[in-house]
Design a protein around this ligand. Sequence first.
Ligand code: ZN
Length: 290
Amino acid sequence: MKNCILVLLILYSTSAISQSPCKITYIANEGFLIKIDDKKILIDALFGGFDGNWCDKPNDDTKSKLERAVSPFDNVDIIAISHKHQDHFNAEMVIKHIINNPKCIIVCPKQTDSLLKSYSNYEMIKNIIIAITPAINRDTSLKIKNINIRILRLEHSHYYIQDEVTGLKVNKHENIENIGFVINVGGINLFHCGDANPWKEEEYRIFNLNKERIDIALLENLFMNDSQTKEILNNYINPKNIILMHFEPSNAQKLKEAVRRLKRTYSNVYVFKKSMKYKNIEIIKSLETE
Ligand SMILES: [Zn+2]
């Protein structure tokens, strides 16, 4: 009897382990459908319909399913949009999806909301849009349908062009409002950085995602560029699983090399090569049983 009590005491003092699956479907570029428990979130997924081959785009069938909000894009709870660029956001597609799924909530920067405002259907959908642009180096938190969302202001990566008047090099993306999302569903933390600038150490030091225990980080592939960005990744994000995104489809070699380099530090690195492929990631959670 004494032995039995001892065994029970040991069991109760040890943390129990539970596993939760997270299904991640790659749409294109930085667009994903995330499914955890009964929640569905689309991030940067409703885009397409433009020329250019610098990124993957949803094909006509996927685009139509996204607009009609049919399986697997039915009953989406949240549409998160990092910024207004056309390889992340298409206002018409977002409006069509919402008309077919009026229960979902949109979270986006104010600049992105301004583009939606120019559509005649805006009055119909404005109540389900949460437009937030935190100030530089600031963040804010929301709870929507039992999903916790931390919104981080992250500088858009730089892109230099020559100013026609002055001849000086200027950062074309300087005024783009880009936000990152830390999404928590049922204890699983997922980080999506949008088109963040991975060299902006100050931001990652301030937000210190390392403290939050990031289970899955969806990262702009520029994070793999050099030792400085990898140090930022190690010190301030330190995710358990990494999905790299934002590759030029023609640059398969760069993709292969990036993964190989990263695997020296992180064993759980994934890159999707085809739209609508998915991956189930098991997240082991420790449950305190005091
Ligand atoms: Zn962008």
